[in-house]
Each structure stands twice: as C-alpha cells, then as structure tokens.
Ligand binder design. Sequence first.
Ligand code: AKG
Ligand code: FE2
Length: 291
Amino acid sequence: MMRESIQLPIIDLTSPHPISTARAIRQACVDVGFFYLINHGVDEKLFKKVLEQSKKFFSLPLEDKMKLVRRNHRGYTPLYAEKLDTSSTTQGDSKESFYIGSLEGKSVVSNLNQWPEEGIRLISLIALALDLDKDFFHKAGACDSPNGFLRLLHYPGELQLSEQVVYGASAHSDYGMLTLLATDGVGGLQVCREKFNRPQIWEDVRHLSGAFIVNIGDMMERWTNCLFRSTLHRVMPTGQERYSMAFFLDPNPDCVVECLKSCCSDSSPPRFPPIRAGEYLEERLKVTYVS
Ligand SMILES: O=C(O)CCC(=O)C(=O)O
Ligand SMILES: [Fe+2]
C-alpha cells in the first residue's frame, strides 16, 4: 500500500505544565499510540556511546556472539531467529539483537539508569492523562521493581532476492507498558493505525533528531480497555544498514493488569480478563522465536 509519513505529536518532558503535558499525552495515546519525546534528559553522549558499543558488538564474528546467546530473555539473538509477526508464514526477521536487563531476582530500581528513570516519569504523566492519581501505577505495583530491558538492534540492510518481503521487524505491537525507541536516523519504521482495516495502510515514522519515539504496549492497552492504543508497527527493509535501541518498560511481574474502572461501563465492559504481567510477557515472548 502507498507509503505516507505520519505527523506524530511531540511531547516535551521539560514542560512546566504537567496537566497540559498529560492532556497532550492522552490525545497522542488515544489517536495513534505513538509520540516523539523531546528533552527527555537522556544524555546524547550516552546514546552515542551505546550506539558505538552496539556497532562494535554486532561486528564480532558470529561464533563470538553465539557465546552470549539468549538465556532467560537476556543476551544475543541471531539473524532470522525471531519473528515478531507470529501470524505470518514468512521466514524470521532480518535483524540481530542483544537484550540487556537486570538479572533474575534483581531489581532495576536498585541500579536505575537514565532510561528507566525517564520511563517512570512518563508513567506518572500517563496516570495523569487517564485522570488517575499520578502514583496510580506505582500503587498498582507496576513500578515497584519494574521489569525493564534494553534491546540493541542491528538490521544488516542487505536486500534479499526473494519473492516475499523479508522484514527487518515484521508487524507487531509491543507487549508491555511503554517502549522508548532511539534509532541511528536510518528510516524503515512504519505504523499501521487501523490494524483491522484491509488493505492495511502503513505510514512512515520519520526520524526526529534527539527525540525518543515512545509507544504504548499491549498491557497499557488492556489496562485502558483499548482507549490507549498499542499500535501495530514494523521495520521495512530499505537496503541500508540500521541500528536502533528499544527500551521496554514493563510492570513488575506480579502486577495484575486489569481494566481500569474509568475505562469501562455497562455499555463498554472490559474486553480482556485480568492477567499477571510476568506470565503474560513470558507467553508473548515465547511465541516470537522461530525455533
Ligand atoms: O528498530 C525499530 O525501529 C523498532 C524495533 C521494534 O519495534 C521492537 O523491537 O519492538
Ligand atoms: Fe516494537
């Protein structure tokens, strides 16, 4: 289908007006489930350093990278080993990745770095955006040792000579609360706002220098009974090598994610049963690996 660029809303984390920021976040989450986050406080130098280390790691021989192959959702996943669109019959995605996170039983709060900290600030604004107390998600247990992990991604960029498109990342929505994404500026990311419409319309997400691309995940969609959208997205092959990093902020594994009272009524009952965040995430992750 035709490709157009989407104009995503821009949210400034340094804005001194939390109520109007929350209102803008609400609009963004209801309309698209994606927005740019500027003045987020994560140092540009830190981002460049991580990118450099990521390039260094992915340029190692496969044999060396395989020594760190993924265990318990931490470590290296080689090319084509993961397929984010679990409904498709195509081969795995043309990307390799490296998952970084706290070790089992260790809290990310005890060693908070800049990304989770900004994510937690955003969660408070999201609570305000839902007309909830700003500590709502904290009180619900979601932010008490949240499950956060950073995924370094490398898309090699060689176009495949095949009948079918080999996606960098095939169509999917993210599983958790929030995702903060930074890229090296190479395009390819697209969103589909109406996942049930046929044909699906995919729109390019343009790079905005210095901004994170933030999106709502499925658990937040469940909490809000689909008021906030967990939007389908993918990475198209462009023929250009691409690096990105996604920080996934997920609730504490014991946190129960259930429809918020303000998001359901007699005429709009809860669409999803309550789930425990840890079990839900485990289930979703399990089915994305090709073998
Ligand atoms: O690399 C990107 O731009 C997007 C990655 C992504 O959507 C994901 O890892 O969930
Ligand atoms: Fe994603």
